[in-house]
Design a protein around this ligand. Structure first.
Ligand code: FES
Length: 234
C-alpha cells in the first residue's frame, strides 16, 4: 500500500501489480497494445510510457508502483512518443484498412486517429507474406502483425497450447507457428482466443461456419474438450 502522485493528483494504491493498473484504477485513460491483465507483461509496444518528475520515461506496465512516485501520463513529450510509435507500427503494417476485416474495431486504427496520425513518413520495407487460410476457424495475415505477442501468450499461458511463437530477430522478427508451418498443422484447438486478443486484423475469424462445424466435429481434427473459458479483454 502507498500513495503516488499522478498528473498532480494523490492516488492511493494497494496491491496493483504495476503502475499502469494504478493509473487505470484512478480513472485515467492510457493507451496500450500489448498489455492484458490476464497475461504476463511483455512491455513491447511502449505506448503506456509515462514520465516521472525528473523527466525519466518508462513503460508503466513493466514498473511496480512505489510509495512517493510522481508521474505524468500525458505530457507533450509522451504524446509525441506515442504518435511516433503508432506511425512506426503503421509503416511496417499492411495498410488496406478499407477492406480489412477488423476495420472499425482495430486498436491500431483507433489509436492512429486518436493521436492524429495523418501520414506515415516511413517506407514499408517488409516483404509481403502469404496469408494462412489453413485453419477452419481463423485466418492469419502476418502483414498486419504488430508483434505485440498477445496471441503467443494467450495460446501458451491461458490455453496451454503454444501453437504460435516468435521467430527471427530484430526487424525480421515475426509471429508464426514453429518452423513456419500452417496453423492447421499445429495443436491449435480453434478456440479463437488469439483472435480476441489480437489488436489488429492479423488474426481474424473465418466466415465459413459450415466448414468450421464440419471440421470441429471431425474426430481427426485436433480439438480438445477442455480448453480454458473465453476471457474478457482488459
Ligand atoms: Fe506497456 Fe505495451 S502496454 S509496453
Amino acid at each position: 500500500m502507498g500513495t503516488m502522485t499522478i498528473d498532480g493528483r494523490k492516488v492511493t494504491f494497494t496491491d496493483e501489480k504495476n503502475v499502469l493498473s494504478v493509473i487505470r484504477n484512478a480513472g485515467i485513460d492510457i493507451p496500450t497494445l500489448c498489455y492484458h491483465s490476464e497475461l504476463s507483461t511483455f512491455g513491447a509496444c511502449r505506448l503506456c510510457t509515462v514520465e516521472d518528475d525528473r523527466g525519466k520515461t518508462f513503460a508503466s506496465c513493466s514498473e511496480e508502483p512505489r510509495d512517493g512516485m510522481v508521474i505524468f501520463t500525458n505530457t507533450g513529450k509522451l504524446r509525441k512518443y506515442r504518435k511516433l510509435i503508432i506511425e512506426l507500427l503503421l509503416a511496417a503494417h499492411c495498410r488496406d484498412c478499407l477492406t480489412c476485416e477488423k476495420s472499425g474495431d482495430c486498436n491500431l486504427q483507433t489509436l492512429a486517429k486518436r493521436f492524429g496520425v495523418m501520414e506515415v513518413r516511413f517506407e514499408n520495407y517488409k516483404e509481403r507474406r502469404p496469408l494462412d487460410f489453413s485453419s477452419p476457424s481463423i485466418v492469419r495475415d502476418p502483414n498486419k502483425c504488430i508483434l505485440c505477442g498477445n496471441c503467443v501468450r494467450v495460446c501458451e499461458e491461458l490455453q496451454g497450447i503454444g501453437a504460435l511463437g516468435f521467430a527471427h530477430r530484430g526487424s525480421d522478427a515475426m509471429v508464426m507457428p514453429a518452423f513456419d508451418r500452417e496453423i492447421a498443422t499445429t495443436d491449435c484447438v480453434n478456440c479463437g482466443q488469439c483472435r480476441i486478443f489480437c489488436p489488429t486484423g492479423a488474426i481474424s475469424i473465418r466466415h465459413n461456419r459450415g466448414e468450421v462445424w464440419e471440421a470441429l466435429s471431425d474426430p481427426d481434427t485436433r480439438v480438445v474438450a477442455q480448453v480454458a473459458p473465453a476471457v474478457r479483454v482488459a
